[in-house]
Design a protein around this ligand. Structure first.
Ligand code: PAP
Length: 331
């Protein structure tokens, strides 16, 4: 049953209300479904886990982007961990030599925080002023949900997407393992697939997520860099150069000759990161095991999981949703 969405309800109004009433009122107006055992709500056309809505609203109200900020945007399972590692390494290459990189002792997610899953998850209005520039934050939010200051300032957005077939397969593996593999009833692939096709998954619909950033990139390529996971797999060197230039930290000729691009690419590679002790032990803030972010790291693993009928359906959906956009995926 479709419930009316109150898109006019401003985030400021909702999160300001200490009694919680406004927030509860807003929730009542939103369409809700259960996905993998958790409630998702449809806010401004975007599906969010219900517990992500408040931090999204808080970030919209309070986040003040600086011109020097770099915002990494992704749909889950599209290359977030990789992009965090690469951008952190590029920005901090003069602070930490490669062999002393914090990536050797910290999972990339502990070095670059999500606005809605970390920063505004813990506090409604944290003080972020003292974080040294460039501040790098990440988000899974749709472009249209981003805090206004991100769009209005001169900060930069780096988006990475992945072909939806692999993204979906990566997602279902993550879901089956996320509660330390102890989820008694993880969502079945067929059910997840049917919902995915309807755009119902955390931060879905996937086509709106991707097209939101694609169109923003077409409108202003100096503001938004649009990357594809498959391109990074194919030629990491040119992509790292491109990312560094976009960030405003281009590699000097001397750095290139010293092999710094290869060193950063090697440090951030699936092979290196997935074998580090830090990414194979313990858990992250009691929520997930770090090795969940490193499964296979391949292009085309979907062929091992999706039936021909499923593949055809998704490909048709992709054709219809991305038609005319100029966007193509390597699968
Ligand atoms: P997140 O959005 O939850 O942080 P994200 O990092 O986007 O997840 O996606 C995880 C996927 O990226 C995994 O893909 P797979 O399930 O198909 O294997 C993971 O293996 C892959 N991945 C993580 N780090 C790297 C890396 N350094 N290079 C290439 N792929 C990587």
């Amino acid at each position: 049953m479709e419930k009316k969405q109150d898109l006019e309800c401003s985030s400021a109004e909702v999160v300001d209300n200490s009694s919680n009433d406004k927030f509860q009122e807003l929730l009542q107006t939103l369409e809700q479904v259960i996905w993998d055992g958790v409630p998702l709500v449809k806010y401004a056309g975007c599906w969010l886990q219900v517990n992500h809505l408040r931090p999204v609203l808080s970030s919209q109200k309070h986040f003040k982007a600086k011109d020097t900020d770099i915002i990494l945007s992704t749909m889950p399972k599209s290359g977030t961990t990789w992009l965090k590692a690469l951008t952190f390494s590029i920005a901090n290459r003069n602070v930490f030599p490669i062999d002393q990189s914090p990536l050797l002792t910290s999972n990339p997610h502990m070095l670059v925080s999500f606005l809605e899953l970390n920063v505004y998850w813990k506090q409604d209005n944290p003080n972020l002023e003292n974080i040294p520039s460039p501040r790098i934050f990440s988000t899974h939010m749709h472009f249209k949900l981003l805090p206004d200051s991100i769009r209005e300032s001169n900060c930069k957005i780096i988006y990475i997407c992945r072909n939806p077939l692999d993204q979906f397969v990566s997602l279902i593996h993550f879901l089956s393992q996320k509660n330390f593999g102890k989820d008694p009833d993880p969502i079945a692939i067929d059910e997840a697939f049917d919902m995915y096709r309807q755009g119902i998954h955390a931060f879905g619909p996937f086509w709106d997520h991707i097209l939101g950033y694609w169109n923003a990139y077409l409108e202003n390529p100096r503001k938004v860099l649009f990357l594809k996971y498959e391109d990074l797999k194919e030629d990491i060197t040119s992509q790292v150069k491109k990312i560094a230039e976009f960030m405003g930290f281009p590699f000097s000729q001397e750095e290139e000759e010293q092999g710094l691009i290869d060193q950063i690419s090697g440090l951030c590679s699936f092979e290196t990161l997935s074998n580090l002790a830090v990414n194979n032990t313990g858990n992250m803030e009691g929520r997930v095991k770090p090795n969940l972010f490193f499964r296979k790291g391949q292009v085309g693993d979907w062929t091992n999981y999706l039936t021909p009928a499923m593949t055809e359906r998704i490909k048709k959906l992709m054709d219809s949703k991305f038609e005319g956009s100029g966007l193509r995926f390597k699968t």
